[in-house]
Write a protein that binds this ligand. Structure first.
Ligand SMILES: [Zn+2]
Length: 314
C-alpha cells in the first residue's frame, strides 16, 4: 500500500511497506521543471508500492528522469536495475565505488544470500543489474541540476564506502541515506547502523563533521524521515557510534565470541531505548531498521581489519 507525504514544495517522502511495517524504509521524490527524481528507490521487494506512491503523489512513473542512490545497500538501491528496465527515461546516479555493484549484482546477491538464506527474495525481491549506459558516476563536489534544484553531492563514507549525501543549499534540505543514523518517527532515539563490510569509525566521524559544516536545516533519513534538531541528533549519533565501538572492542579483548557480544550489546543498549519508549513494537521496529547481529558483525570486522593491535589484551 502506498504512503506518500509532501514534505516541501516539489518534494515528497515515500514510506515503503517493509515486513508489513511502514515508516522504516523510505524513499524521496523530487519534482520540478519536467523532471522527476527518486532518491533511494529502496528494495526490489517494494518496487510496486514505490510506483504506486509516485502515482499517488500525482505523477506518472514513466516520467521518472533520475534515480539518485545515497549508497548501494539493498534497502536503498536494490530496486534500481528493475526500475531502469521499466522506466525508459530514468538515469542512475551513484558514487564511483558503488557503480560496479549496480552493473554486476552477483557479489551483492551472493553475500546477501549467505546472510538471508531462504528469506532473500521475500526481503529484497529481484536484484537486477543496471546497464552501464544508464549509469552516471558521482564524486564528492559534484553538482546535480535535478528537478529544478541544485543538489550538492558530498562524499560521506563510514557506514558504506560508496555513500554520498545530496544537499539542497537553497532549501536547507539534506538527504542523508544512512550516514546520519537510524531514528524512527516519534521516538527520541538514534541508533548507529553499522553493518559489515565497510564500517569505518574515523571516516564516519569525518562525515558527521562534514554534514554539520553544511549547516542543514533538516535531515531526511532513509530510516526514517525528517530530523530538525540537527546538531543535537548528530552529536548523539557520534557519541553512540564510539561508545558501542568501545564496548564491543572491550568484549573482543575479553575473548567473547560473536553470539556472546550480541547478547551483551542487547543487554547494554536495549534499556537506553526502553527509557524513551515502553512499547515492545518500537523495539522490533528498530531491529528491522538496523538489527543487533549485523551491528556487532560490522564492528567486529572493523576492529579486526583496521585496528588489530588494539585487540591484544594489555
Ligand atoms: Zn545502508
Amino acid at each position: 500500500m502506498a504512503k506518500v507525504t509532501q514534505i516541501s514544495p516539489g518534494a515528497w517522502q515515500i514510506s515503503l511497506p517493509f515486513l508489513g511495517e511502514h515508516e522504516i524504509v523510505g524513499s524521496y521524490l523530487l519534482a520540478g521543471e519536467n523532471e522527476l527524481a527518486i532518491i533511494d528507490p529502496g528494495p526490489g521487494s517494494t518496487l510496486e508500492p514505490l510506483l504506486a506512491s509516485i502515482r499517488a503523489a500525482g505523477f506518472d512513473p514513466q516520467e521518472v528522469t533520475h534515480i539518485l542512490a545515497t549508497h548501494v545497500h539493498l534497502d536503498h538501491a536494490g530496486a534500481t536495475g528493475s526500475l531502469v528496465r521499466q522506466l525508459p527515461k530514468a538515469q542512475v546516479y551513484v558514487h564511483s565505488k558503488g557503480t560496479p555493484h549496480l552493473v554486476d549484482t552477483t557479489k551483492v546477491v551472493s553475500s546477501a544470500s549467505r546472510i538471508y538464506g531462504d528469506h532473500m527474495h521475500m526481503l529484497w525481491g529481484d536484484i537486477e543489474s543496471t546497464p552501464v549506459e544508464r549509469l552516471h558516476t558521482l564524486e564528492g563536489g559534484d553538482i546535480l541540476k535535478v528537478a529544478g534544484r541544485r543538489l550538492e553531492v558530498h562524499y560521506t563514507p563510514g557506514h558504506a564506502i560508496h555513500h554520498v549525501v545530496f544537499f539542497d543549499a537553497h532549501s536547507g534540505e539534506l538527504f542523508v541515506g544512512d550516514v546520519a543514523g537510524v531514528k524512527l518517527p516519534g521516538v527520541d532515539y538514534v541508533r548507529p547502523p553499522t553493518p559489515p563490510p565497510d564500517l569505518d569509525l574515523e571516516a564516519w566521524s569525518d562525515s558527521i563533521s562534514l554534514i554539520r559544516s553544511l549547516r542543514p536545516d533538516i535531515l531526511y533519513l532513509g530510516h526514517f524521515g525528517a530530523v530538525k534538531e540537527v546538531p543535537q541528533h548528530l552529536g548523539r549519533l557520534r557519541e553512540k557510534l564510539s561508545a558501542w565501538g568501545d564496548f564491543i572492542l572491550e568484549a573482543m579483548r575479553n575473548g567473547k565470541n560473536e553470539a556472546e557480544i550480541i547478547a551483551l550489546v542487547i543487554e547494554k543498549t536495549q534499556p537506553e531505548l526502553q527509557r524513551v519508549t515502553r512499547d515492545a513494537h518500537t523495539l522490533q521496529r528498530y531491529e528491522i531498521a538496523s538489527n543487533y547481529a549485523m551491528t556487532v558483525q560490522g564492528y567486529m570486522r572493523y576492529w579486526r581489519k583496521k585496528h588489530p593491535a588494539r585487540l591484544q589484551a594489555s
